[in-house]
Design a protein around this ligand. Structure first.
Ligand code: X8Z
Ligand code: ZN
Length: 598
């Protein structure tokens, strides 16, 4: 049966004697839609899970089929017409109904089945791109023929080598170059997807796919860019000092002259230069995790949430999750961490490749943050369509906020990660944290978001993609490639989200700012502790506050919820206060050094 016809039959109106009011009609429509949506979504999630944890052509085919069926529901011409009609009569509908209809509209815009060929091509291209991304064989060294791989490597190994304190700059360069090899394999797929994503969004009168995604915040793209610009302005003086410090430290580490301008990208401890862990001498957390089992990391992360009064994770999480690395020869799986709300109810799982180090420690907390959020709003009072973060950045910020708490010194001592006799230097400890959070913002709000805005809203020609990527990396991050990068390469394409979570990345920037607002509020107003030495492990009050916030899902306007929860709209003030001791400290450290990159 064709999906549209099926839906027209399934979503028929109640045949009551009296004519139903518009509110009643809308409620019935939403009810029927939600039922079909949940079923189709669950089937698509199950198929995607299989395709992401065991990349084979067969699993990719099933994912394509299940996603097409889901698109048949969400983008059915009947759904589009009905929703359009209801949204035209907004004043006759209550707020909760409107919020759900708005979501039905945005979901329809992803796959409008009144242009079925475009939708079919998009669904197939998305699925293929994910398979290419998830199964790419990284290679650290080529055989003498220049083709065969003499030394296969993995994403975890690349991350580990780049983040190590090794002074061998040649190895850094080899691994950095290896990490960029997926770009050319992914570029043709992204060229096609950019066109298809824009086509669906424009069919719904959004200026571009970027604008469609930003609409989930009830904002226009220029409003979003202005909000991010103001965050970037706020952090600029601190970032410039951090950049200067890092440049000189790295030059020392690699026995190289200090560059006048940007930092060479292969010197940095992350392949996209998005976070700079391990740069602060004396603050390297990795050794403290070396003797731990990866299982301990996840259990400890769960323990953080349960200590605040959250229920333990359900059995299905432990049974179905895929949390540890597997050799590519055994099975190819997506190595980027993710959390899955399989049935929009209590069936949850996470995909990770946890190794015992500080990076996975934070990531495990981040992912469990998503899972506890899913479970908190999966309750009968929250309709299926509003079982979501109050906004996307709440979801990203929540687990990250717990990760801030999980790297506070008192907590690390309490759970035995930091030995009792370990002495720490508070300034350096704080600087190491800034190397994650502050350093992340020019990447997230700067390079990534501007590049994706240009990609979609600016229809950036493919022969400018690499040059634009590096222009933004230089402008926002002060980072330059080690050698010229031509347009046959695609360094932006190597970033996971650009392929499989498009036009989303500003969400992490907002989440970063928001998590310090939440953290500040919990520490100062609930626990009466100083945010830089604040421990909410075991705090029921912190847990009750968070559970109440999460349990609302997306039933309320996010700005209103923010004002009610942390007392203001998005503000970088708590984050800047948190890191405030660093500015003077770094100015002293950098005294006499040549700083800047412009
Ligand atoms: O993708 C993630 C999470 C999954 S939502 C692991 N993050 C971004 C990234 O890795 O690029 C978390 C921080 C930024
Ligand atoms: Zn996340």
């Amino acid at each position: 049966m064709r999906p549209s016809l099926f839906l027209a039959l399934a979503l028929c109106l109640p045949s009551a004697a009296r004519a139903a009011t518009l509110q009643e009609q809308a409620a019935q429509f939403i009810d029927d839609y939600s039922h079909l949506y949940q079923g189709a979504y669950t089937a698509a999630q199950e198929a995607s899970w299989k395709a992401s944890t065991d990349v084979t052509p067969e699993h990719e085919g099933r994912r394509t089929g299940a996603n097409a069926a889901q698109a048949g529901v969400t983008g059915s011409p009947y759904v589009i017409e009905k929703t359009r009609g209801l949204l035209k009569r907004k004043t006759e509908l209550d707020e909760r109904t409107l919020r759900q209809l708005q979501r039905i509209w945005w979901l329809a815009a992803e796959n409008p089945n009144d242009i079925p060929e475009t939708v079919a091509r998009r669904v197939e291209a998305e699925s293929r791109q994910s398979s290419t991304l998830d199964s790419f064989p990284f290679c650290a060294e080529r055989a003498p023929d220049g083709k065969a791989c003499a030394k296969p490597t993995t994403a975890n190994e690349i991350a580990e080598i780049l983040a190590s304190s090794s002074t061998d700059v040649a190895t850094h360069l080899d691994y950095w170059l290896a990490s960029k090899e997926s770009g050319p394999a992914l570029k043709p797929g992204l060229v096609a997807l950019r066109g298809l994503r824009n086509e669906v969004a424009r069919h719904f009168d959004y200026p571009s796919y970027f604008d469609l995604q930003v609409a989930w915040y009830d904002m226009t793209a220029p409003e979003m860019m202005a909000m991010l610009e103001s965050v970037l302005q706020d952090i600029r003086p601190l970032y410039e000092q951090i950049h200067c410090y890092a440049k000189h430290e790295l030059a020392k580490r690699f026995h190289q002259p200090v560059p006048k301008g940007p930092i060479p990208a292969h010197w940095l401890p992350n392949r996209w230069a998005q976070e700079w862990p391990g740069l602060v001498e004396g603050v390297n957390l990795d050794p403290y995790f070396k003797d731990r089992q990866p299982e301990w990391i996840v259990k400890q992360a769960e323990g953080f949430f349960t200590s605040m009064g959250f229920d333990p994770l359900p059995g299905n999480f432990w049974k179905n999750s895929d949390l540890y690395p597997v050799p590519q020869s055994e099975r190819k799986k997506n190595t980027h961490a993710s959390a899955w709300h399989i049935d929009i109810d209590h069936n949850v799982r996470s995909l990770q490749s946890i190794e015992p180090n500080a990076d996975w420690w934070s990531t495990a907390h981040h992912e469990l943050g998503h899972i506890f959020y899913f479970l908190a709003y999966a309750r009968p009072e929250v309709p299926i369509l509003l079982r979501d973060g109050a906004m996307r950045a709440f979801h990203e910020g929540f687990g990250d906020m717990v990760a801030i708490a999980a790297r506070q010194e008192p907590y690390l001592r309490q759970v035995g990660v930091l030995p009792a006799d370990a002495k720490i230097d508070e300034r350096r400890w704080l600087l190491a944290e800034a190397m994650d959070s502050i350093v992340f913002l020019p990447f997230a709000a700067g390079t990534m978001t501007h590049w994706e805005r240009d990609l979609y809203a600016g229809d950036m020609p493919p022969e400018q993609w690499n040059a634009r990527w590096w222009r933004y990396a230089r402008q926002y991050q002060g980072v330059a490639p080690p050698e010229p990068r031509g347009e046959e390469l695609c360094d932006a394409c190597t970033k996971t989200h650009i392929n499989d979570n498009p036009a989303y990345y500003y969400t992490y920037a907002i989440g970063t700012v928001f998590k310090y607002q939440l953290h500040d509020h919990i520490c100062r107003s609930i626990l009466r502790q100083e945010p830089r030495r604040c421990n909410y492990y075991g705090s029921r009050e912190a847990g009750d506050f968070l559970k109440a916030l999460l349990a609302k899902g997306a039933t309320e306007d996010w700005r209103k919820l923010m004002r009610e929860t942390v007392g203001s709209e998005l503000s970088s003030k708590p984050m800047m206060d948190y890191f405030s001791p660093l500015l003077d400290y770094l100015k002293k450290e950098n005294k006499g050094r040549a700083c800047g990159w412009r």
